[in-house]
Design a protein. Structure first.
Length: 308
């Protein structure tokens, strides 16, 4: 087998979703040898799964560019996302969810784009697919490639459409950025993008490809974070906005205001906080989390929620 390609690694953080992970790897197998792709898996489930270990060890014997690491303890989703990226040896890495399926033409198209253009990162076009791998979401987000050289324009147009599994990033600044402030937001991966772009010297423009042709499908299935969605939407994402770097501080605050307006416009969580226990389908523990974070919510509201 030829040497591993130096351009792209596929980085998959996972937690106890071996069915989807095996399915995904089996789909990509035909591309492993063709492009000598490095596949990196960081398993956040400390409980040993012998069936999966047998599968992955047999796969590694055939395809030596597969790395598999299992954490001895659950280190949390955000840290696991960053850890798997740190294991990459390529110039670019694609964060891929264990339930994200790359389009059949993805690899051919990626290796045919002009990599000498030295993109800072690439945003994939995404849609959805059902658990039988039947395409449901026929409409992708965009119909043409867009290249951005202005950081503010990129943020305004795409901060809300960067789901996990849609980002190809450069690894070069990983050791230079402070990502700890994003831990616990469930969005440390996208925090890295903005911290990376924030470090780019003002003497040059950013160079970001928002792609039409590079496509990924997300399987419509239960997500590992779904039982924490209330906490993520109402606490963790606002905290993510407040952690963003200086170059986008002004626009991020305005975007946070719009986000808060959206998530609170049809509810009474902010103005009628005492009624939170009456919200159905909100686990009791999350109600407690909301009370414990009341000061954070109120400070965000007072500082940025200008239309209350």
């Amino acid at each position: 087998m030829e040497d591993k390609n130096k351009y792209l690694s596929i980085c998959i953080p996972t937690y106890n979703r071996y069915f989807y992970l095996i399915q995904n790897l089996n789909i990509m197998i035909k591309y492993f040898e063709k492009y000598n792709i490095e596949i990196i898996i960081s398993d956040n489930n400390p409980i040993r799964n012998d069936v999966f270990l047998k599968y992955i060890n047999e796969l590694k014997e055939e395809y030596p560019y597969i790395k598999y690491h299992r954490n001895e303890v659950n280190i949390g989703a955000d840290i696991n996302m960053i850890q798997v990226l740190s294991m990459s040896e390529s110039e670019y890495s694609l964060w891929l969810g264990d339930d994200d399926i790359l389009d059949d033409n993805f690899f051919d198209r990626f290796f045919s784009i002009e990599l000498e253009k030295d993109y800072d990162f690439i945003l994939l076009n995404d849609s959805s697919i059902d658990e039988n791998l039947i395409i449901k979401g026929k409409d992708f987000r965009r119909s043409k490639d867009i290249v951005y050289h202005n950081l503010i324009d990129l943020f305004k147009n795409h901060v809300s459409d960067m789901p996990f599994g849609s980002l190809i990033v450069k690894n070069k600044y990983l050791q230079e950025v402070n990502l700890k402030k994003y831990f616990g937001t469930y969005h440390a991966y996208s925090g890295y993008v903005w911290e990376y772009l924030n470090l780019i010297d003002d003497s040059r423009e950013i160079n970001v490809l928002v792609s039409n042709h590079l496509k990924v499908y997300s399987i419509n299935c239960s997500k590992t974070w779904s039982n924490r969605s209330f906490q993520i939407y109402y606490f963790n994402i606002p905290q993510w906005f407040l952690s963003l770097p200086s170059k986008i501080e002004k626009i991020s605050k305005l975007t946070l205001e719009e986000y808060l307006t959206e998530i609170y416009s049809n509810s009474f969580l902010i103005n009628n906080i005492k009624y939170i226990d009456e919200l159905k389908n909100v686990p009791y523990k999350l109600s407690e989390v909301h009370r414990k974070n009341l000061n954070l919510v109120q400070s965000i509201r007072n500082k940025y929620y200008l239309h209350s």
